[in-house]
Design a protein around this ligand. Structure first.
Ligand code: GLP
Length: 253
């Protein structure tokens, strides 16, 4: 299999995020010029927060408008109401959507409250909505300690579509402090599948800090395996890892 994955190392997360935000702004502006929308795939977690901060700055200070932007988030916890402070719906509004001029009708996240009987239909509808929007132009990703992108935990196949998944114990324990205890962390989520993610035309995976160094190395230089779903990015024609020095510290020459 061809390895196309590139990585860029920056002196700080802020510097990396300026670069990624610049790419996103260029995409949005080039689409504006031809009267078309830009479709962004968005991620949650602490990692993309400085990116969202930079996009908000570009909106406020440099006139970047989001009125021609459609977004699809990667995932959502099952069992959380939208207004739960740890729902990804809340996270995205708090950290980005409430601060830019995006049309609320063009914001898409999987539902955290869909009934078990409706999940299959809901996931199919999510895939259809992405397709009808023209596919994702630019996908932002973080990486979990299990190597997951979205919530594609170890064992999720490369061609998986949007689906319900069970969260890995490591992922739940990482989320426990925010929820105030592991018992409060949902056990299931809906996530875009790896197959869905890999159809994005450009992918930027962000990772900061030494805690991510080992899994970043595995994703970039290890085998392409469903044990580390981020390793699937090695098969993508235009995926880049944006890293700070610490996250890149275990990559071998
Ligand atoms: C969760 C999210 C992922 C995210 C990961 C890492 O599992 N579903 O999209 O990449 O957390 O989070 P953090 O950026 O806080 O390290």
């Amino acid at each position: 299999m061809v390895t196309n994955v590139q990585f860029l190392v920056f002196e700080s997360p802020a510097a990396a995020c300026r670069e990624v935000a610049g790419e996103i702004a260029a995409l949005i502006r080039s689409r504006d010029l031809i009267g078309r929308r830009a479709v962004l795939g968005l991620a949650t977690g602490s990692t993309p927060i400085p990116l969202y901060r930079e996009l908000i700055r570009l909106h406020r200070e440099e006139g970047l408008s989001f009125r021609n932007v459609t977004t699809f988030n990667l995932d959502e916890y099952l069992g959380l109401e939208r207004n739960h402070p740890e729902s990804y719906w809340s996270f995205m509004h708090r950290n980005l959507f409430d601060h830019v001029d995006i049309d609320p009708a063009c914001v898409n996240l999987p539902s955290g409250t869909v009934s078990q009987e409706e999940i299959l239909r809901h996931c199919r509808d999510y895939e259809d909505a992405i397709r009808e929007a023209g596919g994702i132009d630019y996908q932002i990703l973080g990486i979990g300690r299990t190597g997951h992108i979205g919530f594609n935990e170890p064992g999720t196949p490369m061609d998986a579509r949007t689906q319900k998944i069970h969260l890995d114990p490591i992922t739940r324990s990482d989320a426990a402090p925010a929820f105030g205890g592991i018992d409060k962390v949902p056990t299931e989520a809906i996530t875009m599948g790896c197959g869905t993610i890999l159809e994005a035309r450009r992918i930027a995976l962000l990772a900061w800090g030494s805690k991510k160094a080992s899994i970043v190395r595995q994703a970039i230089q290890g085998p392409i395996t469903d044990e580390v779903s981020a390793s699937f990015l090695q098969t993508h024609a235009d995926a880049t890892f944006f890293l700070d020095n610490d996250a890149a510290s275990k990559i071998c020459d």
